[in-house]
Design a protein around this ligand. Structure first.
Ligand SMILES: Nc1ncnc2c1ncn2[C@@H]1O[C@H](COP(=O)(O)OP(=O)(O)OP(=O)(O)O)[C@@H](O)[C@H]1O
Ligand SMILES: [Mg+2]
Length: 249
């Protein structure tokens, strides 16, 4: 049995449209992998198959050898699989601190500890402050999320997800919609993630992908075209054709 996420021979179709074609992929502790590919390649679908939003038609998904397919979405989160919260799930009128408390209460609940009042829960408050510091959000901690710059809102999503203490973190387009002036914030936040976390980044911004990923997997029409280092991928004529043929993102 090997540590981390192991996907073998994953298949999924929507009617006649095959969106996952025999996908095999591993995410070990410390991995920084990127999943790239054209619009509609099946990247988000793949993440939904891992988190349990979608049911595959075939294949294996295990975490440390444990079968994830038998688990509900909530059980997979508890097992350590997390995909970033979406801005749409943030409480926009609440402060950054209040938003960060939510997943921490969730995590505490998961460990079976008794519920206590927010203000009196030193463990939660200490974690909130540590997350704010890690994502450089301390100065805006009391500000409503709606009043933050968009890039900072995306950092709040990432911080909330990290509050769940995942072992596998899936970031689906962390820089989408972020103005280029703020995109270094996202790259810095990814670079500062815990070293032993396994990270899968789905992103159309190739500058960001090349900055943070050590392995790149190219998905086309539901199938893995190739996997390699950033140098190998950028030198691959098939990948060049793919990205010169159409503009993305
Ligand atoms: N629930 C669904 N029912 C039917 N078809 C779907 C469903 N979800 C996605 N699809 C289709 O599956 C294909 C893969 O979609 P997916 O969203 O996974 O692509 P993607 O690689 O994430 O694209 P993008 O880069 O645009 O986010 C697309 O053709 C999409 O229209
Ligand atoms: Mg997508």
């Amino acid at each position: 049995m090997s540590a981390g996420l192991e996907v073998r021979g994953l298949n999924k179709a929507f009617g006649g449209l095959v969106v996952a074609r025999d996908i095999s992929l591993t995410l070990r502790p410390g991995d920084r992998k990127a999943l790239i590919g054209p619009n509609g390649a099946g990247k988000s679908t793949f993440t939904n198959l891992i988190t349990g939003i979608l049911e595959p038609s075939g294949g294996e998904i295990t975490l440390d050898g444990r079968d994830l397919r038998a688990m509900s979405e909530a059980q997979r989160v508890k097992a350590g699989i997390a995909k970033t919260f979406q801005i749409t799930t943030l409480f926009r009128s609440l402060s950054v601190r209040d938003n960060l408390r939510l997943p921490l209460w969730e995590r505490r609940g998961g460990t079976g500890r008794p519920f206590r009042r927010a203000g009196g829960d030193a463990w939660v408050e200490a974690e909130v402050e540590a997350l704010l510091a890690q994502f450089r959000l301390t100065d805006v901690g009391d500000r409503p999320v709606a009043r933050l710059a968009y890039g900072q809102q995306r950092l709040v999503e990432m911080a909330m997800t990290l509050a769940l203490k995942p072992r596998i973190l899936i970031l689906d387009e962390p820089a989408a919609g972020v103005p280029s002036s703020e995109s270094p914030l996202i790259a810095e936040a990814i670079a500062a993630l815990p070293a032993d976390l396994a990270v899968l980044i789905i992103e159309h911004d190739m500058a960001l992908v090349f900055k943070v990923a050590t392995r790149i997997i190219v998905l086309v029409a539901g199938a893995i075209l190739t996997e390699g280092t950033p140098a190998e991928i950028s030198a691959d004529p098939r990948v060049r054709d793919l990205y010169l043929g159409a503009k993305h993102g």
